[in-house]
Design a binder for this molecule. Sequence first.
Ligand code: AKG
Ligand code: FE2
Length: 293
Amino acid sequence: MIISNEIERRYKLSSNEFNSNYVDCEKPVIISGAIKSWNSFDKWSLEYLKDLSPALNIYAKKFSNKKIELCRLTMQEYVNLINNYEKNDQKTDSPPYCHDLPLFSLIPSLIKDVQPFPLDYLPKWYRYKWWRYCQFFIGASNSLTPLHFDCLLTNNIFFQLVGRKQFTILLPRDAKNCYRKGWRWFLVDPENPDFNKYPEYRNAKPIKFIVNPGDIVYMPPGTLHHVRSLDMSISFNIDWHTQKSSLRALAAMTKGMPVQNCYYNFLLTMGLVLKVPPQIIFKFYKSYLNYVS
Ligand SMILES: O=C(O)CCC(=O)C(=O)O
Ligand SMILES: [Fe+2]
């Protein structure tokens, strides 16, 4: 099989085509400019968030080799921190990265600013209060999310609102070439791979692309991704299972998936496969949205 080192770029995608050509085939895709037509697309900025909710308590993460450190601060403090960093020519001491923030639940008035939302891309089970499953990424230029896969082995639809990001992704078959650490993180640095230390990475097929404001990215379950912000940036994603991916993720219980993750996958399978309504499941699932792993 020939493996391309490019991601497919589409400009419009019906939900049928999205599901049959990408989700069912587990193939990543970018839908370029797809959300530029949102009513309030141009309204999104850090100042907008700060003005809406200056005193909102948020948390940001510092990723180091050994651990993830959490910093707590208000939206106003955080936006000021980023603005000061961007103003300063010497880009030292980069601010922490606000990562996995359930912002629609914290500021519900923002939901109207992502309309018309492509709800038909998602399984019906997720459509009831879909915004509860969204997680935001807000940060300065140069912010980094190191190489990992999403810990429940979910599908991921990623929305880029402000700024550009450089993605490097690898298909799940390349996990063996990237030197895994724990359940979901990898030691190889795709921006500057050390082939002496990690020789198997020579066999990997990284796919690099820039995500622009207005783009949607789809990543199938188990896709490794390393994400570098090129600008000050606002994005959000939604992690979601199909029946097939939820059952496969449950089976990963035997492959080292942490117990807490198995619990969340069990809940999602109850919803998607056994049709337990989201109104019941969400109460138990909710803590996933603050789960650092
Ligand atoms: O945008 C980022 O920095 C990370 C995105 C990510 O890891 C995700 O969407 O799962
Ligand atoms: Fe991720």
